[in-house]
Structure formats: structure tokens, C-alpha cells
Design a protein around this ligand. Structure first.
Ligand SMILES: Cc1cc2nc3c(=O)[nH]c(=O)nc-3n(C[C@H](O)[C@H](O)[C@H](O)COP(=O)(O)OP(=O)(O)OC[C@H]3O[C@@H](n4cnc5c(N)ncnc54)[C@H](O)[C@@H]3O)c2cc1C
Ligand SMILES: *[C@@H]1O[C@H](CO)[C@@H](O)[C@H](O)[C@H]1NC(C)=O
Ligand SMILES: *[C@@H]1O[C@H](CO)[C@@H](O)[C@H](O)[C@H]1NC(C)=O
Ligand SMILES: *[C@@H]1O[C@H](CO)[C@@H](O)[C@H](O)[C@H]1NC(C)=O
Ligand SMILES: *[C@@H]1O[C@H](CO)[C@@H](O)[C@H](O)[C@H]1NC(C)=O
Ligand SMILES: *[C@@H]1O[C@H](CO)[C@@H](O)[C@H](O)[C@H]1NC(C)=O
Ligand SMILES: *[C@@H]1O[C@H](CO)[C@@H](O)[C@H](O)[C@H]1NC(C)=O
Ligand SMILES: *[C@@H]1O[C@H](CO)[C@@H](O)[C@H](O)[C@H]1NC(C)=O
Ligand SMILES: *[C@@H]1O[C@H](CO)[C@@H](O)[C@H](O)[C@H]1NC(C)=O
Ligand SMILES: *[C@@H]1O[C@H](CO)[C@@H](O)[C@H](O)[C@H]1NC(C)=O
Length: 483
């Protein structure tokens, strides 16, 4: 059985293996999320996935499927080997690289192995665009979909909203085909599945003919009169449909031991265009706070290059912690002011640590009806438009000190307790979402339906981990994962 799989074991792990015996230690992108599995499994195709799961089902092995580990919390953590007597696997479907472009339906069907960056390049070569990317193109495509990854735009919804069909293998090794024309209601559960429903082997998603945007970046003045600051920012969202505000920014003043607001910050907005000249947004990505950002400029490009940075445009950073919350856009002023003030109340507890920069970032996102989408519209009232605001706060360090990171992660968790109910806020699944199943149910009213499907797909609790059990309240699985 094992010989069916090619083992991708970096040198470091070979050495660890030699010292500690049979094991595979998983790490996320910045090495603070980790767990001990028995093996890293990379099936060569869907049939291989099926055979693997059929074999492991009677043994009730723990199976955590991962993409590129580009998250900030314990979503991709496996059940540690030492906690139960079952085998624990990390599974990557990186080898599943099938691709079919269907220009009649304007859809693309891709195997789960595709990274966002490579897939977008193939689309571009074929005269196609995908209008729903996040700010950076670093994820695996299915990994990104599965958490509700999104960009910005009043009329732009998240990546998963574009999925019209998928193939998924359940714990028994049965392949299910879920699509918009045969099981549209079920598809709402499977679009954002946070790894809880099985191994997605293939997705079919909507694309459009090459689509260009004009990007305008504009420098704004900051002020600590937050009513003024956020009124100015709110006005940008009245004027433009598709905006990202990178700011305000604060720098750590080590003498004063306090955050000091930077005098300027910037916003970018995007508009449709009939431009036919040279495409030039990739001359200055400036999508993530690096590059020459604080200057007024315009550029034109294909939508993914205009809105999202490829790996070569992503600057290196030290460790960082972040929150990302989604809330009905009508709450903009209260959220912006109160989150900022609440952050300031935390600052005294940040003294003496290795902080460098703090970035607030505001986006806007169209809501949807995927059961576990952070911008699901199921509990909205008549006062809500169905559009969400998105606030991210990043705490970037001067050095990679774990003590500082854990300290900041603790602060990140505090916002949801404080504001979750008050503003109907929901956390990004892969960005510091504190455990609170009661709150999860209030913000995700379709949770019971999701958990029913979860039980059908995974009767023995092989796909869940601490995060899923504690966050979604999957009590039937506690014992199975050694809690
Ligand atoms: C620097 C940085 C910038 C980011 N920018 C944005 C942004 O602009 N917008 C945004 O929304 N998010 C952003 N994110 C978050 C990121 O998009 C999500 O965390 C995304 O889920 C990560 O994708 P991944 O491939 O690394 O998935 P992983 O973290 O490895 O996995 C994510 C989830 O998908 C599941 N999964 C993976 N593959 C499969 C499969 N084949 N079948 C079933 N389930 C599967 C996993 O089990 C897990 O639950 C950013 C993250 C970082 C670190
Ligand atoms: C992840 O889980 C570990 C082990 O339970 C815990 O120590 C750590 O704080 C968690 N990290 C986050 C970011 O939740
Ligand atoms: C694993 O099995 C051993 C021996 O059968 C037993 O002593 C131990 O308690 C078990 N551990 C767990 C976590 O179930
Ligand atoms: C195209 O769409 C139709 C339904 O409109 C569907 O039956 C068919 O399978 C689709 N083709 C592909 C390749 O997805
Ligand atoms: C910012 O302030 C400077 C003066 O300090 C002024 O010249 C500029 O016009 C202001 N910019 C905006 C966008 O208000
Ligand atoms: C802050 O800005 C608001 C809105 O412009 C204004 O009404 C208020 O007087 C300002 N407060 C202070 C202390 O300057
Ligand atoms: C593009 O050209 C079409 C046809 O001339 C016109 O209707 C449309 O308004 C133009 N769009 C933009 C954004 O200029
Ligand atoms: C991109 O090209 C346009 C049109 O020629 C020009 O106006 C703009 O300044 C260019 N932008 C950059 C960043 O070079
Ligand atoms: C949030 O802000 C508003 C004013 O913008 C204020 O009236 C309200 O009391 C604040 N709530 C909290 C919890 O701070
Ligand atoms: C990390 O920060 C803590 C707390 O400030 C400090 O005690 C520790 O020495 C630092 N570790 C490193 C490796 O710098």
C-alpha cells in the first residue's frame, strides 16, 4: 500500500526520522503550528486516494488533508500521534494535476494539486480570468477555497462562490460528485468545507474571458481623530465598489514603548476599463505593504495581476500574528473605531516584546450562501445589505521570537469575545479563530446541517482535529481524537 505513494520527505525530516523513529512533523508556513504524524502521504491520483481511505477506514486512522499550510491557526494541525493509539497522517494531493478547460460552459476543472499561482498562469495563457483572488497567490487552490479565501469588492464574492462542481472522497473511500445541477443545496455545504467533509480531488469553477482593471493607488493622511480617519475611509467605500485600504499603519516606538501612527497610508481601488495598452501593474505589486506603496499612481492589468501579488511580489517578513474579521458593512464606523480603541487598550501588555509594525487593512466583500462561509448571509436582518466589511490587523515583529508571537496571538483572540455578538463578526477560519461553538452556531445558522453531512462523510471522526471539534462543537468526536 505504502509503495503506491511517493514520499516527499525533506532532509531535515529525514534527520528527525533517524533520531526519533518513524514520524513526520508537519509545520505551517511560519512554523508555529505543528504536529507529529506518522507519515506524509501523497497519493498519485484519485484511485490512490480511494484505496488509501478504504484501507484506513477500518483502522479509524486520523487523516488531515492540507494545502500549502498558509494559515495562522490550528486548522491544519493533525491529531498528535501520542494522543491516541491510531495512526495519524498528513495528506497532500499535490500530485493531482488534471486540468480541463471548457469554453462552452466557461468553466475550468482542476485536480486538487494545483497551486493558485500556477493555475492562474494557465488561465491567462488561455485567454481566461478569475475575478475572486485574495491579496496574495501563495495557496493551493482547493486549500484557499476551503476556508473562504477572498479579495475585495462590493460585488465580488469569495473564491468558493465560483465552484459549480467538485469530487470528494469520504472516509469509507466513496467518491461523491456534488454539483450545481444535481445537488445544489449540498454544494452549499461543500464549497467551504474547512477540511471536515473529506478529500476534495477535483473542482470545477467559473471563469471569464480575459478581464482587465484599472488600479488607482492614492496616498491618504492619517490622524488619531478616529472619527475623522474612519469617516474619510468610509467615504472611499461610498465612491468606489472595489477598494482595499492599507491603513492606518503604526510603528513601535521602543523609547516610548507605544504604537505611533504613521502620517500617511494608502488605498487602492479598481475599476473596469477598455484599456488596450501595455499592462503595467506588475511593475509595482505593492499589494501587501512592500514595494513602493505610499505614492499616487495608476496602472492597468489583467484582474489577477491588478488585484493580487504573485510569490515574486511577496516580501519577506518576520513572524506575524493577525486577526481577520467579517461583519455586516453597515457596522463599519462602530467596528473601525471600537476595534482600534480596543487594540490601544492592549498596548501596555505589548511592552518589552519584539514588535515592529502594526497594519490595519479594510476590505469589502459580497455575502453568499455557503453554509460555512464567513460571509454567509443566513442570520442577517432587514437592516443589512448582504455586503460585509473585512478588517485585518497584522502585528509584524522585528525578530522571529516565539514569545512575542504567542503574546500577540493571545491579543488577536480577544477581539472575537469582545465584539463577536455585538457586531455579528465572524473570523477567517485560518486566522486566529477562538473556540466558541455557541457563538459559531449563532454566526453560522447552517452549522447543524453541515455537521449532519460531516457525520455521513466521516462516521468515525478521522478527518477532524482539536480545532474542528472545539470550534464547531463536534462532541461525538471528542473521544476519538483523545480529548
Ligand atoms: C501571507 C498570507 C496572506 C493571505 N492573504 C489572504 C487574503 O488576501 N484573503 C484571504 O481570504 N485569505 C488570505 N490568507 C489566508 C489563506 O488564503 C487561507 O489560509 C488558505 O486557506 C490557505 O490555503 P492553503 O492552501 O495554504 O491551505 P491550508 O492552510 O493547508 O488548508 C486550508 C484548509 O483547506 C483544507 N484542504 C486543503 N486541501 C484540501 C483538499 N484537497 N480537500 C479538502 N480539504 C482540503 C485543509 O484541511 C484546511 O482545512 C493569507 C494567508 C497568508 C499566510
Ligand atoms: C495550537 O494548538 C497548540 C496545542 O494545543 C496550542 O499550544 C497553540 O496555542 C495553538 N495555536 C493557536 C494559534 O491557536
Ligand atoms: C494505547 O495502548 C496501550 C497498550 O494497549 C495502553 O496502555 C494505552 O493506554 C493506550 N493509549 C491511549 C491513548 O489510548
Ligand atoms: C456544462 O454544464 C452542463 C450543465 O449546464 C453540465 O451538464 C455539463 O456537465 C458541464 N460540463 C462540464 C465539463 O462541466
Ligand atoms: C495630506 O496633507 C498634506 C499636507 O500635509 C496635503 O498637502 C495633502 O493634500 C493631504 N492629502 C490628502 C489626500 O488630503
Ligand atoms: C474629530 O473629527 C470629527 C469629524 O471631523 C470632528 O467633528 C471632531 O470635532 C474632531 N475631534 C477633535 C477632538 O478634533
Ligand atoms: C467600454 O466600451 C463600451 C463600448 O464602447 C462602453 O459601452 C463602455 O462604457 C466602456 N467601458 C468603460 C469602462 O469605459
Ligand atoms: C501604466 O501605464 C499607463 C498608461 O500608459 C500610465 O498612465 C501609468 O502611469 C503607468 N503606470 C505605471 C505604474 O507605470
Ligand atoms: C462602539 O462605538 C460606538 C460609537 O462609535 C459607541 O457608542 C459604543 O458604545 C461602542 N461600543 C463599545 C463596546 O465600545
Ligand atoms: C524572546 O522574547 C522574550 C520576551 O521578551 C525574551 O525573554 C527572550 O529572550 C527572547 N528570545 C530570543 C531568542 O530572543
Amino acid at each position: 500500500m505504502v509503495s503506491l505513494f511517493s514520499m516527499r520527505v525533506p532532509l531535515l525530516l529525514v534527520l528527525l526520522h533517524a533520531v526519533f523513529g518513524s514520524a513526520y512533523r508537519w509545520f505551517n508556513w511560519q512554523y508555529e503550528v505543528t504536529c507529529e504524524a506518522e507519515k506524509f502521504v501523497t497519493p498519485s491520483d484519485e484511485a490512490d486516494v480511494v484505496e488509501f481511505l478504504k484501507n484506513e477506514f477500518p483502522k479509524q486512522s486520523h487523516i488531515k488533508v492540507v494545502g500549502n499550510g498558509h494559515g495562522f491557526g490550528n486548522l491544519t494541525t493533525c491529531v498528535d500521534q501520542s494522543l491516541t493509539n491510531k495512526t495519524s497522517y498528513i495528506v497532500s494531493l499535490a500530485n493531482l494535476k488534471s486540468l480541463e478547460i471548457n469554453k462552452k460552459n466557461m468553466t475550468v476543472t482542476a485536480g486538487a494539486g494545483w497551486d493558485v499561482y500556477d493555475l492562474i498562469n494557465v488561465l491567462k495563457e488561455n485567454g481566461l480570468s478569475f475575478n475572486h483572488l485574495g491579496a496574495e497567490r501563495v495557496q493551493n487552490f482547493v486549500g484557499a477555497l476551503s476556508t473562504g479565501t477572498h479579495g475585495t469588492g462590493r460585488y465580488v464574492d469569495n473564491m468558493a462562490s465560483q465552484v459549480v462542481a467538485l469530487r470528494i472522497v469520504d472516509a469509507r473511500g466513496n467518491v461523491k460528485i456534488i454539483n450545481e445541477w444535481n445537488n445544489p443545496e449540498e454544494l452549499k455545504a461543500f464549497r467551504v468545507s474547512i477540511g471536515a467533509l473529506g478529500l476534495i480531488t477535483e473542482v470545477t469553477f467559473k471563469v471569464q474571458p480575459t478581464y482587465l482593471l484599472k488600479k488607482t493607488t492614492t496616498v491618504l493622511n492619517a490622524t488619531t481623530n478616529y472619527t475623522q480617519l474612519y469617516t474619510d475611509i468610509h467615504d472611499l467605500y461610498k465612491k468606489h465598489d472595489r477598494v482595499t485600504v492599507w491603513g492606518p499603519h503604526f510603528d513601535w516606538d521602543s523609547e516610548a514603548q507605544d504604537w505611533v501612527i504613521e502620517p500617511t497610508f494608502f488605498a487602492s481601488y479598481w475599476e473596469p476599463t477598455n484599456y488596450t495598452g501595455v499592462r503595467n501593474c506588475t511593475l509595482n505589486y505593492c499589494a501587501n505593504g512592500c514595494g513602493e506603496c505610499i505614492k499616487n499612481y495608476i496602472c492597468y492589468d489583467e484582474v489577477s495581476d491588478a488585484t493580487s501579488a504573485p510569490p515574486q511580489g511577496v516580501c519577506s517578513r518576520e513572524f506575524y500574528a493577525e486577526i481577520e474579521h467579517f461583519w455586516p458593512f453597515e457596522n463599519f464606523m462602530d467596528v473601525a473605531i471600537n476595534y482600534t480603541k480596543f487594540q490601544q487598550s492592549q498596548t501596555p501588555r505589548m511592552r518589552g516584546f519584539d514588535n515592529q509594525e502594526m497594519i490595519f487593512q479594510y476590505r469589502i466583500l459580497k455575502g453568499d450562501d455557503s453554509y460555512m462561509s464567513p460571509v454567509n448571509t443566513y442570520n442577517l436582518g432587514p437592516q443589512n445589505s448582504g455586503v460585509f466589511g473585512v478588517l485585518e490587523i497584522d502585528w509584524i515583529q522585528s525578530v522571529n521570537n516565539y514569545t512575542t508571537l504567542w503574546n500577540n496571538q493571545g491579543f488577536a483572540f480577544e477581539f472575537m469575545d469582545k465584539f463577536g455578538y455585538e457586531y455579528n463578526a465572524r473570523a477567517h477560519w485560518n486566522k486566529m479563530s477562538p473556540y466558541d461553538p455557541k457563538f459559531t452556531l449563532s454566526a453560522f445558522p447552517k452549522l447543524p446541517e453541515f455537521l449532519k453531512i460531516q457525520e455521513q462523510q466521516d462516521p468515525n471522526c478521522q478527518f477532524v482535529n482539536d480545532f474542528l471539534v472545539n470550534q464547531l462543537g463536534i462532541d461525538r468526536c471528542k473521544e476519538a481524537i483523545g480529548q
